[in-house]
Ligand binder design. Structure first.
Ligand SMILES: [Zn+2]
Length: 317
């Protein structure tokens, strides 16, 4: 009998649900809307239905399913299997997601973990992190998050909320972050920040291709990247700024964890080639050379590391 694992990457707009093997091969997956505003009950019900649907599609019996792993926005309690409260899952509070799934899927392990940690595990086991012992994954999109594997062990922290790198403070006089702090890495280097900085500069009257590319749309990071590729001066300035601040954030990680490998995922990593040199230059300009020298930094190899990492929670020791 084939042994498979169910992986659930739960997000604020959609959930990606897949059936995978222990080797990180996704046999089948479906993305469905979360409908956060309709509450957790309906979402969990559709989650269950989708698992049955996937198994049927693959011609697998329920006995083949050896566990379910969920990566979810935090804060959460992985021991108790509860999503406590999350800015991305508005209105969901103390959701006993593991218990709810166990009503249908008895006698198999069901694991819940912070989505950043799950993605780090996925990229560590099946992506660029493969073969290393000390690895850090950073995701840069709406926010900045990630996870760390040190000495081959996922660093969960006291209640599964370790590695909030996006809310480490890199300048006390910086812009206000969504979390309430000032000067968080996320407020400088997230995709949201790139969009905000571009809009600020444009409203100061700077001439740029960015507005032309964005057209009627609200200016976003992707518009800035496109303009930078065309050689637009303002766009290049903004992506250099991204490289500088992300470089500082990554230097802090290098100083703390001394990893051999770091990979960068999330939507902003699609523009990595535009700010990679500035980012590396910033890191190289810092002290702690022995830490910097052994660290290899690349774009994440698995776009779906959040999914496969969630599934791997079941069998990763
Ligand atoms: Zn913050």
């Amino acid at each position: 009998m084939m042994k498979v694992y169910c992986a659930i990457d739960l997000g604020g707009t959609k959930m990606n649900i897949g059936i995978m093997t222990k080797n990180g091969e996704v046999l089948e997956h479906i993305k469905i809307p979360t409908f956060v505003e309709k509450g957790p009950k309906q979402a969990i019900k559709r989650m269950k239905n989708t698992i049955y649907e996937l198994l049927e599609k693959l011609g697998l019996k329920e006995e083949s399913l050896k566990g379910i792993g969920i990566g979810s926005p935090g804060p959460l309690d992985s021991e108790k299997g509860i999503i406590i409260k999350s800015a991305n899952l508005k209105g969901w509070e103390n959701v006993e997601i593991v218990k709810s799934l166990a009503e249908d899927f008895e006698n198999i392990p069901i694991k819940l973990e912070n989505d950043g940690n799950a993605a780090a595990l996925g990229e560590y086991l099946f992506g660029f992190g493969k073969g290393s012992k000390n690895f850090v994954y950073i995701t840069v999109s709406t926010g900045v998050g990630g996870g760390a594997i040190i000495d081959g062990k996922l660093q969960k922290g006291g209640n599964s909320n370790a590695f909030e790198v996006g809310h480490t403070i890199i300048s006390l006089n910086g812009p206000k972050c969504n979390c309430g702090n000032y000067g968080c890495l996320e407020a400088y280097a997230s995709g949201t920040a790139i969009g905000r900085i571009a809009r600020e500069k444009l409203s100061e009257g700077r001439e740029s291709l960015i507005s032309k590319i964005a057209g009627e749309d609200c200016v976003k990071a992707e518009h800035v990247f496109e303009a930078a590729k065309e050689g637009d001066a303002l766009a290049i300035e903004i992506v250099e700024n991204e490289g500088y601040y992300l470089g500082i954030g990554i230097y802090n990680i290098i100083a703390l964890y001394n990893p051999e490998k770091i990979s960068i995922g999330g939507g902003v990593s699609n523009g990595l080639e535009l700010f990679y040199d500035k980012m590396i230059e910033t890191i190289n300009s810092m002290s702690l050379k022995p830490n910097i020298e052994i660290c290899n930094i690349k774009k994440a190899h698995r776009d779906d590391c959040g999914l496969v990492g969630a599934g791997a929670l079941v069998f990763y020791k």
